[in-house]
Ligand binder design. Structure first.
Ligand SMILES: Cc1cc2nc3c(=O)[nH]c(=O)nc-3n(C[C@H](O)[C@H](O)[C@H](O)COP(=O)(O)OP(=O)(O)OC[C@H]3O[C@@H](n4cnc5c(N)ncnc54)[C@H](O)[C@@H]3O)c2cc1C
Length: 394
């Protein structure tokens, strides 16, 4: 089967890429090994589309804004405190409805296992799906796999983060039946000596659900190599042990949590940073520190880097600058492969800079840009910009 554009990976970046590409009138296929769209936001249990990079100094735009609007009252705040009412189910369902409205062909349970290339082009991808192999051809492809899988398979240049530059891996879990959520108090207890995992120096808990009694906890930090299957398995099992131990600790030690129960644990380990493409432009620490000019901005990222370090919350080399910073078009275009763009957390950055571009709103924005660029044959920045403006993304 032949398409104009194939998007590999249906995380929030691939979702936005497919919608953006289809809105140019092209025939688009979106593939993912999972059972629905959403990637990390759905399968690692973090449907908290962090607003702080977006709402404070720029309003949401494009596919991301439409997504929030479509979530409607499934998305919101509790009394001004940042909290999210949406769930993994709501997020995936809303994405699926938007993809269908945009007439994107969907193929889930389909893992890309090979890419056939001639010279500098990808001709087709092969997926393993429901016990058989299927091959799909396209004029252009988008790598939205989070781990730059398609770029790697096609022989493109990639960079894998060293452990000292990487970020912790996480299993998020939800507890229900919390009577009193006193975050500052939990933070204090959390730093106390009897906390079972003393290297964790930052409690991350967010109120979710509708009655204020559910807390999404993001504290099970562990280090390791997300691209090594054995190490990934080891991290996964270690993290699930931590969830059980921390749940017991919460019940025993934290006022208001005495009767809390685990209501959900993410099925898939949360990976923030693994492998990225090497693009025409590589976003560097220097770019962020010096705020170098970006003549070809397609999205907005944060102007800081270095959180969720391997053994503490902030890395020793991290920098916290205020505000946002444009993401250049050049960071979405891999070297060597003429008909490929990249989107989301695998775009071209120095590993330390991943924080700048990895938040879900930014991934959706780079996704939409990468999808439109692929649909238009990777055009000049001016042509891309015109279409992104037409789509309400810039
Ligand atoms: C624990 C954790 C908490 C976070 N919290 C927040 C938060 O509160 N707010 C926020 O804004 N951001 C948060 N983030 C960051 C943000 O959620 C992610 O960076 C972003 O969602 C990444 O989107 P993506 O589409 O680039 O990648 P992913 O979500 O990783 O999607 C990649 C997709 O590609 C698919 N795929 C990979 N390989 C193949 C293959 N070979 N064949 C087929 N499919 C494949 C995967 O199944 C997946 O669906 C968090 C991240 C983590 C890990």
């Amino acid at each position: 089967m032949r398409y104009d554009v194939i998007v590999a990976g249906a995380g929030c970046a691939g979702f936005a890429a497919a919608v953006g590409a289809a809105r140019t009138g092209k025939k688009v296929l979106l593939l993912d090994g999972n059972a629905s769209p959403g990637g990390v936001t759905v399968f690692s249990g973090c449907p908290v589309f962090t607003p702080y990079q977006t709402f404070e100094d720029q309003p949401p735009r494009g596919v991301f804004k439409e997504f929030l609007d479509r979530l409607g009252d499934r998305w919101g705040y509790f009394g001004g405190a940042p909290a999210c009412k949406t769930s993994e189910f709501d997020a995936a369902l809303t994405m699926t409805r938007m993809l269908k409205d945009a007439r994107v062909d969907l193929l889930f349970y389909a893992t890309v296992i090979d890419a056939a290339c001639t010279r500098d082009r990808i001709e087709s991808v092969t997926v393993f799906c429901c016990g058989r192999k299927m091959t799909f051809e396209a004029d252009h492809f988008v790598d939205a796999t989070g781990d730059a899988v398609l770029t790697e398979m096609a022989g493109g240049r990639t960079v894998t983060a060293e452990e000292s530059e990487s970020m912790t891996k996480t299993v998020l879990f939800r507890v229900t039946g919390v009577e009193n959520f006193d975050k500052p108090r939990i933070r204090e207890l959390f730093s106390s000596l009897d906390f079972p995992y003393p290297w964790q120096n930052n409690f991350m808990g967010t109120r979710v659900g509708c009655d204020g009694k559910d807390i999404l906890i993001n504290l099970s930090a562990v280090r390791g190599d997300a691209l090594d299957p054995f190490d990934r398995t080891r991290m996964d099992t270690e993290l699930r042990e931590q969830v059980d131990v921390i749940h017991r600790w919460l019940r025993e030690k934290v006022p208001g949590f005495e009767n809390c129960r685990i209501s959900a644990v993410a099925p898939v380990i949360g990976v923030r940073c693994s492998r990225t493409i090497v693009g025409r432009t590589v976003i560097t620490c220097r770019d962020i520190d010096e705020n170098t000019p970006v003549p070809d901005g397609v999205a907005n990222g944060r102007r800081s880097y270095g959180d969720h370090f391997v053994d503490r919350f902030r890395s020793p080399w991290g920098k916290e600058h205020q505000g946002t910073r444009p993401v250049p078009y050049g960071a979405l275009i891999p070297e060597r492969i003429a008909n490929l763009t990249a989107a989301g957390r695998c775009i071209s950055v120095e590993p330390r800079v991943i924080t700048t571009v990895r938040y879900a709103p930014c991934c959706m924005a780079t996704g939409q840009a990468a999808g439109v660029a692929a649909a238009l044959g990777i055009p000049s920045y001016d042509v891309l910009k015109t279409e992104l403006v037409r789509q309400g993304a810039l």
